[in-house]
Design a protein around this ligand. Structure first.
Ligand SMILES: NC(=O)c1ccc[n+]([C@@H]2O[C@H](COP(=O)([O-])OP(=O)(O)OC[C@H]3O[C@@H](n4cnc5c(N)ncnc54)[C@H](OP(=O)(O)O)[C@@H]3O)[C@@H](O)[C@H]2O)c1
Length: 317
């Protein structure tokens, strides 16, 4: 039987990691076309600490953050046909207003989820959804990356970047990736053809005639990335606010610049799940934190130096 209450991590004010605290909440009921999922693991993303600190799209707390989920379907609402209790699933809660996975249970539209790949543990699957969907929607849906094309992935060792590299390789692209030198072996291991040490080398000199750039940094990096594109090429930038003049400069150079926000995407989740099941996409989990130490996960993530993903494991999982 499902418990009546659950532990979750909430906040009452914006601020540093110290504003996060455990609360006891009622376990939500799944509404029509929703499922109730018992959370086993949840990846943490930069948007979690941005929301914690500033509210970003969500405004004023209290709220429970967390968009990544891997877990087990506990109950289904009216009309759900694609899952039943006991199914192992992973997915991204609707971004941005559906957050809440830093808790023992969460409800969301059934089609936020796909079946958890058997090849992945819950901790690994929890690392995947938001970052991999972002990479998929940027490279495949937005830039239409094709076999034989050349792509530059910024922050290729980070959460989004390491999935983007693997998705690009699975589509037959030639991949340049930026990271500090200590991470180049990791980059080669996930498929980067030419790692670039962005601290020592100007990427805008090292890359030319790229078809696609995935910008995970913004600012001057986004602007200078336009220079490496071939005519008609596409820069996808995933920073919420593009730098001033980006779209105009892209127009003048005869290339495209597309600011993108990840969105709920059943087909994208299914595609990511298939890649993970086939072994073409593997998350790199660099550290796992119990839910009660989530503030430490925020502190670690906010250094901006993470390789792959940080994951929070739900209590009792
Ligand atoms: N629009 C959207 O829907 C969306 C979705 C997901 C993420 N995002 C945003 O995208 C950004 C990246 O997210 P993420 O999850 O990938 O972050 P992350 O995992 O925290 O990124 C960490 C990585 O960034 C690298 N890095 C830092 N500065 C760099 C630079 N100047 N050049 C190259 N690499 C650099 C670090 O490598 P080194 O230690 O080697 O520097 C580290 O491996 C965040 O701002 C996030 O909020 C947006």
């Amino acid at each position: 039987m499902t418990a009546a209450t659950m532990r979750a991590v909430s906040q009452d004010v914006h601020g540093g990691p110290e504003v996060l605290h455990e609360v006891e909440l009622e376990v939500p009921e799944p509404g029509p076309s929703q499922v109730l999922v018992r959370v086993r693991a949840a990846g943490i993303n930069p948007t979690d600490w941005k929301h914690r600190a500033t509210g970003l799209f969500l405004g004023d707390p209290p709220y429970v953050l967390g968009w990544d989920v891997s877990g087990v379907v506990e109950a289904v609402g009216i009309g759900v046909t694609i899952f039943e209790p006991g199914d192992e699933v992973f997915g991204m809660l609707p971004y941005p207003y559906g957050a809440g996975s830093f808790a023992e249970y969460v409800t969301a539209p059934a089609r936020s989820f796909a079946r958890k790949p058997r090849a992945l543990t819950h901790v690994e699957a929890g690392a995947v959804p938001l970052a991999a969907l972002t990479a998929w929607q940027a490279l495949v849906d937005t830039a239409r990356l094709r076999s034989g094309q050349r792509v530059l992935v910024h922050a290729a060792a980070g959460g989004v970047g390491h999935f983007a590299v693997q998705i690009a390789k699975a589509r037959g692209a030639y991949v340049y990736g930026t990271a500090s030198a200590g991470k180049h072996e990791f980059l080669r291991g996930i498929g980067v053809d030419e790692p670039i040490d962005y601290r020592e080398t100007d990427f805008a000199e090292a890359v030319a005639d790229a078809d696609v750039v995935l910008d995970t940094i913004g600012g001057d990096t986004a602007l200078r990335s336009l220079r490496v594109l071939a005519a008609g090429g596409t820069l996808v930038t995933i920073l919420p606010v593009p730098p001033e003049g980006l779209l105009e400069e892209a127009r003048q150079r005869g290339v495209h610049a597309k600011p993108m926000l990840v969105e709920a995407d059943h087909a994208g989740m299914a595609a990511v799940a298939e890649l993970a099941e086939s072994g073409a996409l593997r998350p790199h989990v660099s550290e796992v934190f119990p839910l009660k130490r989530i503030a430490d996960a925020h502190r670690a993530g906010e250094t901006g130096r993470t390789t792959g993903k940080l994951v929070v494991e739900a209590a009792g999982s």
